[in-house]
Design a binder for this molecule. Sequence first.
Ligand code: ASP
Length: 368
Amino acid sequence: MSNTRRDFLRGAVSATALGCAATITAMGQQDNTEKSRSAAPTQAKATAGRGPVVIGSVNAHPAACDKAMELLRQNTHPVDAVVAGINLVEDDPKDHSVGYGGLPNEEGVVQLDSAVMDGKTGKAGAVAALERIKNPSSVAILVMRRTDHVLLVGEGALRFARAHGFEEMNLLTPEARRIWLEWKETHSDKDDWIRPEADKAAKKTSWRRVDGENFTTGTIHVAALTAGGDIGCCTSTSGLSYKLPGRVGDSPIIGAGLYCDNEVGSCGSTGRGEANLQNCSSFLVVELMRQGRAPEEACLEVLRRVAAKAEPRLLEDDGAPLFDLRFYALRKDGSYGAAGMRKEGGIAVHDGTECKVIKAPALYPTKS
Ligand code: ASP
């Protein structure tokens, strides 16, 4: 397909998506006014915080959001509140995208990435390629508070966690091992791995395969706005499944996997980390909100930029990116929004009454 046609299609979808952009306020109302769609730098800075509000990726519903909201009500620091919520999902062996039970790298080793950021101080902490510790988000908080650094990786991160008394364990659950072996035994017929007959009848694994048939993505992001207007956020992940050992995604990178600033709001991401890393997307979403964009609109605009820069090998014939990438944005005034590249998904929101999943648009919605 010619570039011109690709550009035209992109433009057409972008325009449609922009037309649908809406701000969802903490009160759950749609704000479709021309002002909310306007790109004019009308300053998103709000004077009165509309917290407490907690938002997150869909897997934050309801446990992580409920927990974070419960703690916000007890005046817990927003970073501690979101991490306590995320800990519940990191501990859950059934979520194969985070913590204990996360899918491993290509060698069967679970390597976790996580970061936290405090919107009041601008401080951040992160760990990457951390093995044997099921709560990387809790280690990331300590990097932020108990070191003069921002990011610790691999063996150094593990030693730091050990020094703080974190318990070491095998993070590869029997179920995650089964899935990893299934991948090893089926992804090529030109190696020595053979799938046992008995397993062939086993139910096909149904993980989200948004990054191509053989890869699974998934992550948790949670952000909180307190009644006093302070913002904190955290992203935690086991990363792209079957990644090369040592591969670090967007999640622990400040400005990519998450970013927050008390003056404006926050953003976090899930999906193809490489596309995000090349575009500093969460920082950009926050900056667009600073210039007056509504949260959902800012997410869509950044997705448009990511799509425009995607390598040809990652594009469908019609010019749409093959991969998914999602942003979740929370603004200082309590409004929030999210958007994805390919999948119409949702955003988990706790506005003080209950945790709900609210629909979020995709820039290039997939038909299936
Ligand atoms: N963003 C994560 C990473 O690239 C994976 C995901 O969210 O699917 O490591």
